[in-house]
Design a protein around this ligand. Structure first.
Ligand SMILES: C[S@@+](CC[C@H](N)C(=O)[O-])C[C@H]1O[C@@H](n2cnc3c(N)ncnc32)[C@H](O)[C@@H]1O
Length: 271
């Protein structure tokens, strides 16, 4: 791809979504954008980028940003956070929130929804009393495309093979043609909404737990700091933040304390 086109895409994606594309990643940009160029009948990537430049407000820009997101996810990804939920955090919530009988959760980079399903299955299996409470579970992502799959709760065989234990698949998923659909009574407890972490945030209740896993890695230090500061203010004191294995609040926001539960690390908002 032409160097100026690569720069144009990198700048655009960085200003819109804060995603940093390193120099030398031309192959990545090409492989993500070629399917859009073909679908929209452009004869080349050059023609696609020319069109973007000529129509700065076109819907095509959104498709380009969507295509540059990495949506890799799986059920019970990294396992340990879900063990910590089951063994320590949900039992703690059952006591701390007993008076309000309400739990507020937010999954801030929900992708195709496997993470939210895993959280709800953990609740249903280990703290089913919580299902009798009011659960406000917001799941957001920048990408409209992944969220539509998340909202449908529909997964291929390949997707359920990644991390979903067979007994939970049988219990919480229904076979529909060649797909598996997540239990509707659990799925309808989640509100799926588009939200860009670096633009205005939706109004949120005082959060008990935030899952913001494997997304900060795409941002620069100042963006990470700004997002963590907003997360801290959205969490109630004592509320928990789960990040991805390669992410931390250390050196970025000292309003969190690092908490280790067996093999899981999470971050608690300081009082
Ligand atoms: C690698 S996935 C992580 C999915 C899940 N949290 C997990 O850990 O398995 C990263 C997600 O972050 C989303 N994302 C990237 N930049 C974003 C932004 N600026 N605002 C909101 N979501 C963003 C992507 O669309 C993608 O679905």
């Amino acid at each position: 791809m032409r160097p100026a086109d690569f720069d144009y895409i990198c700048n655009y994606v960085r200003t819109q979504a804060a995603i940093v594309i390193e120099p030398g990643k031309e192959y990545l940009v090409e492989s993500r954008l070629l399917p859009i160029a073909r679908k929209q009948n452009f004869e080349s990537l050059d023609a696609l980028v020319d069109n973007l430049r000529a129509n700065p407000r076109s819907e095509l820009h959104k498709q380009v940003v969507d295509a540059m997101t990495t949506n890799e996810t799986s059920f019970f990804r990294d396992l340990h956070p879900f063990e910590a939920l089951k063994k320590y955090i949900l039992p703690e919530l059952l006591v701390s929130n007993a008076a309000s009988r309400q739990v507020n959760l937010w999954c801030g980079a929900a992708s195709t929804g496997q993470e939210c399903c895993s959280v709800l299955m953990t609740i249903a299996e280990s703290a089913p009393q919580l299902l009798l409470w009011k659960i406000q579970f917001l799941a957001t992502d920048l990408s409209k495309e992944v969220l539509s799959q998340a909202a449908a709760g529909k997964y291929s065989q390949l997707e359920v093979n990644r991390g979903l234990p067979a007994p939970l698949m049988v219990k919480y998923f229904k076979r529909q043609d060649d797909h598996w659909v997540f239990d509707e009574s659990l799925r309808k407890r989640i509100s799926f909404c588009e939200m860009n972490l670096v633009k205005d945030w939706l109004p949120m209740p005082n959060l008990d737990i935030v899952f913001l896993r494997n997304v900060l890695i795409y941002f620069d230090v100042d963006t990470k700091k700004a997002i963590l500061s907003k997360v801290r203010r959205a969490l109630r004191p004592g509320g928990y933040l789960f990040l991805g294995g390669a992410e931390t609040t250390l050196g970025l926001d000292d309003g969190f304390e690092r908490v280790v539960f067996d093999r899981a690390t999470c971050y608690r908002r300081k009082p």
